[in-house]
Write a protein that binds this ligand. Structure first.
Ligand code: PGA
Length: 253
């Protein structure tokens, strides 16, 4: 795992956006794996600016999002389809037909999950997967558990996650308790993975991700066996990393 420590959230976001822009420059029809949450919002803002300045072109790109709440339609303001449209897709020259978010209201969820993985395969697989990380170590909605799923699947959300995400809803009772998420296998098949984390509250999980043993209780720790993972964090999220780490850590000024 390579770790880049940026001085702040803005710089972290710029570094990640540049990686995406670089990929689209060398491979205009790249397949992007995208994430929701507060963390990647800065990356999307930066990509919108780069797109306006004609420094990144999404016209041939395809995207697949990690997850969606069960029961929320794409026009629900807290759905992840709505998030992606409003934070990125509506503002760049991407073909919306080539943007994919699992449907939270599919009649047959099992079929929806199977077809989601098949569509990723058909598109040629994900070139670059962007990830956030939950304070409990989840990636997508792959929550800490004794067992992890390989493929896209329906899952329960943990209390931690429901609580963390309740900040976007009027009350905690409105937070969906189930979701559809890409599995660890779907994520690990990506050619390159960029995981982002910002702020002191992510410091503990970042130290676990980078320095602890692999455990299904920290789903993100599985990334340690992937060949091409770039962890980009700000100073606060890096604050519990020890220098004794075996990983390559680069501090950016
Ligand atoms: P956050 O969420 O970016 O809003 O912190 C990350 C996650 O839960 O994966």
């Amino acid at each position: 795992m390579k770790v880049i420590v940026a001085p702040n959230y803005e710089e972290m976001s710029k570094i990640a956006a540049k990686e995406i822009a670089k990929l689209l420059y060398v491979k205009p029809n790249a397949v992007l794996g995208l994430a929701t949450g507060s963390t990647p919002e800065g990356v999307y803002r930066e990509l919108i600016e780069l797109n306006k300045a004609e420094r990144v072109d999404f016209s041939k790109a395809t995207s697949f999002n990690l997850d969606e709440y069960k029961g929320l339609k794409g026009d629900h303001p807290q759905s992840y389809r709505y998030f992606m449209n409003s934070k990125l897709f509506n503002h760049v020259n991407i073909d919306k037909n080539k943007t994919h978010v699992p449907s939270g209201v599919a009649e047959n969820i099992e079929k929806e999950c199977k077809e989601y993985d098949e569509s990723i395969e058909k598109a040629g697989g994900i070139d670059l997967q962007l990830l956030g990380i939950g304070t409990n170590g989840h990636i997508g909605f792959n929550e800490p558990s004794d067992f992890l799923n390989l493929n896209t699947h329906e899952t329960d959300l943990t209390e931690d996650t429901i609580k963390a995400n309740s900040r976007f809803f009027d009350s905690i009772d409105e937070v969906p308790t189930r979701a559809i998420t890409m599995g660890l296998g779907s994520i690990m098949k990506a050619d390159k993975i960029i995981l982002l984390a910002s702020g002191e509250k992510k410091a503990d999980i970042i130290a676990k991700l980078v320095e602890d043993k692999i455990s299904t209780r920290v789903p993100a720790s599985m990334l340690q066996v992937h060949q091409n993972v770039l962890v980009i964090v700000d100073n606060a999220a890096a604050s519990l990393l020890k220098n004794s780490s075996n990983n390559e850590i680069e501090y950016v000024k």
